[in-house]
Design a protein around this ligand. Structure first.
Ligand code: FES
Length: 144
């Protein structure tokens, strides 16, 4: 991966990503993309009694996007929704031992994918997700 300095944890989650796949009966699905680099991420969550009992993802993107989506799915499992909403992209990057500055936007994608999946779930149960739902760039709206 060029001469960028990736931590061992980033490399570990990139080469052995956790929770890749889909959840057929997901409670919520989040689709996000970065219009600049073109990377896309889809996250599936299963919620029971306000707790995220399972999370899976599919990422078509760079190594850091794969590592951060892998890490965020690990971090949210077993968390209540209010706890999951406190997970920032910084927390994900820190859990991976840090990311090179030019790769921080990849962790933003992971945070947004989680929030988009939670927003999808909120809508299904009749709750308003507007306080945390990621804002989608107008240029990419037609693509989703
Ligand atoms: Fe775009 Fe990593 S380069 S998500």
């Amino acid at each position: 991966m060029g001469d960028l300095n990736y931590s061992d944890k980033v490399m570990d989650h990139f080469t052995h990503p956790r929770n890749v796949g889909e959840i057929p009966d997901a409670s919520g699905i989040g689709n996000v993309g970065n219009p600049v680099c073109g990377d896309v991420m889809r996250m599936y969550i299963k919620v029971e009694n306000d707790v995220i009992v399972d999370a899976k993802f599919k990422t078509f993107g760079c190594g850091a996007a794969i590592s951060t989506s892998s890490m965020v799915t690990e971090m949210v499992k077993g968390k209540r929704i209010d706890e999951a909403l406190k997970i920032s992209n910084k927390a994900v990057a820190e859990a991976l031992g840090g990311l090179p500055a030019i790769k921080l936007h990849c962790s933003v994608l992971a945070e947004q994918a989680l929030r988009a999946a939670l927003a999808d779930y909120y809508r299904k149960i009749g709750k308003d997700p507007s306080s945390f739902e990621p804002k989608v760039h107008s240029e990419e709206e037609h693509g989703h």
